[in-house]
Design a protein around this ligand. Structure first.
Ligand SMILES: [Zn+2]
Ligand SMILES: [Zn+2]
Length: 383
C-alpha cells in the first residue's frame, strides 16, 4: 500500500549513518529552499514532549491486572459497559495532555513556518484558499436555500455547521497534518493550518449516534476542566469533576521556572522509564490552546466527571477516532479547510508547471513534506 514507514536495509542504514552530516545538510537545504512546508506528525512527535506512545500508554498496573492493552481500552464500548474505566482512561489522557508542554520542536518549526509565510507563494496560496473557500460557502448557501441539507450530500462537506472554535484567516505556505490527539498544535500553530485526522481530546461529542444533527455536534471542554481519576485504579468516579473556578484551574505562569526545573530533575532521574498514562515526563504546559479561539458554546454541560451531551444529556465522549468506532464525529470544517488548501496548492502547482521557463518568478513550486514520528502501529499518516 505504500503506507509503511521506510525501513532502510542494513547496508542502506550503514550508508545513511556514515553520511549523517551530509544528509542533515541536504535536508536542511531542502527545507530552506522549499516554498511550502507540510508537517506530518505521528505519536513519536508527541513522545518527545514526554507523552506516552501507544505501546506504553496503557502499561500500568491497573490495566495489567485486568489484562487490558491499549487496543482493548481505546474503544467506545466501555462508555456503556464501564463508564468509570472509560472516563478514567480518557480523563487521564486529557489531564496528561493538558498539563504537558509541547516540546521545543514545535517552536522551531513555527519559525520555519513564519519564514515560508513571508514569501510570495504564501500570499498566492492564501488568496487562492480564500477564493475557493468563499466559492464553496456560496455553493453551500444556495443548496441550503433550495432546501437541501448536508445529509443529502455526504461527499460534499458544507460549511454550514457552527464550529467548535473560531477561525480567522486562511492558511498560507504551511499546514500541519497529524494523527496525534493532544491538540498541542494549537499552542503554536494557527487554527486555520491544522488538520487532526483522528480528532483531539479537547473536542467532545454525544455518544448517541444520531443526536443533534445539524447542530453543534462537537463541543469544547472548558479550559479549566480536569478529570478526577484515581491513578491507582485508573477509574474516574461519577461524582463532580473539579469545578472550573478551582484555584489551580487556570494556567499558573508564576513559579513556572521552578516547576520546570523540578520536573526536569525528576525527568533525568527516571530517564530509563518510558512515559505512561498518568506518568508523563514533560514540563508544565505554558500556553494551552493559545490559538484555539474561544467561542460561546464552550462550557456546555461540562461540569461533571462524566460529562454529558449539551442537547440530549446522554453521556459525552471525546471526538476522537477509537478502535471499532462507528460513531466518531469528525470536525468537518477542519477536514474541509485541509481539503480546500490542498486543492489550492495543487492548482498553484499546475499553474507554475505550465509557465514557461523564461517566465521570471514563476518557477515550479518546491514543497517540503516533513514527517516526524509516524510509526507503523497506526498508519494513517501514510494513506
Ligand atoms: Zn449533542
Ligand atoms: Zn446527544
Amino acid at each position: 500500500m505504500g503506507n509503511r514507514p521506510l525501513r532502510p536495509e542494513p547496508d542502506e542504514a550503514k550508508e545513511l549513518k556514515a553520511d549523517f552530516h551530509k544528509n542533515c545538510a541536504l535536508s536542511a537545504f531542502a527545507l530552506f529552499e522549499a516554498d511550502v512546508l507540510i508537517l506530518v506528525t505521528g505519536a513519536g512527535f508527541s513522545a518527545d514532549s514526554g507523552l506516552a506512545v501507544y505501546a506504553d500508554v496503557a502499561n500500568v498496573k491497573a490495566y495489567e491486572e485486568r489484562n487490558l492493552t491499549y487496543q482493548d481500552i481505546c474503544t467506545p464500548q466501555w462508555l456503556h459497559s464501564d463508564p468509570e474505566l472509560f472516563y478514567g482512561f480518557w480523563g487521564q489522557c486529557f489531564n496528561d495532555y493538558r498539563k504537558t508542554q509541547p516540546h521545543d520542536g514545535y517552536s522551531i518549526i513555527k519559525q520555519w513556518r513564519d519564514a515560508k509565510n513571508s514569501g510570495r507563494v504564501a500570499s498566492e496560496l492564501r488568496a487562492l484558499t480564500e477564493d475557493f473557500t468563499k466559492e464553496v460557502e456560496e455553493k453551500s448557501r444556495r443548496m441550503m436555500e433550495e432546501g437541501m441539507t448536508d445529509f443529502c450530500l455526504p461527499s460534499f462537506p458544507l460549511i454550514t455547521r457552527p464550529e467548535p472554535y473560531d477561525i480567522e484567516g486562511y492558511a498560507g505556505a504551511f499546514f500541519t497534518f497529524t494523527s496525534n490527539v493532544d491538540a498541542h498544535s494549537f499552542d503554536v500553530f494557527q487554527a486555520n493550518e491544522i488538520r487532526e485526522i483522528h480528532g483531539n481530546v479537547e473536542l467532545w461529542q454525544c455518544s448517541q449516534p444520531n443526536c443533534c444533527r445539524g447542530g453543534e455536534r462537537i463541543f469544547r471542554a472548558p479550559l479549566g476542566h480536569s478529570f478526577t481519576v484515581d491513578t491507582e485504579t485508573m477509574l474516574a468516579p461519577m461524582g463532580n469533576g473539579q469545578p472550573h473556578d478551582a484555584p489551580n484551574s487556570k494556567p499558573d505562569y508564576e513559579g513556572e521556572t521552578e516547576t520546570i526545573a523540578k520536573q526536569q530533575a525528576v525527568k533525568s532521574e527516571h530517564a530509563e522509564t518510558n512515559a505512561r498514562i498518568s506518568k508523563t515526563l514533560g514540563s508544565q504546559r505554558q500556553y494551552p490552546l493559545r490559538f484555539m479561539p474561544h467561542h460561546n458554546s464552550e462550557f456546555y454541560e461540562f461540569t461533571h466527571n462524566h460529562p454529558r451531551c449539551h442537547i440530549c444529556r446522554s453521556l459525552a465522549r471525546p471526538a476522537i477516532l477509537m478502535f471499532d468506532d462507528l460513531n466518531w464525529v469528525d470536525n468537518d470544517a477542519q477536514e474541509q479547510r485541509w481539503h480546500i488548501w490542498n486543492e489550492s496548492l495543487i492548482s498553484l502547482c499546475e499553474d507554475r508547471a505550465e509557465a514557461s521557463d523564461e517566465d521570471y518568478g514563476k518557477e515550479r513550486l518546491k514543497i517540503c513534506i516533513l514527517e516526524v514520528g509516524c510509526g507503523d502501529r497506526v498508519r494513517t499518516c501514510r494513506m
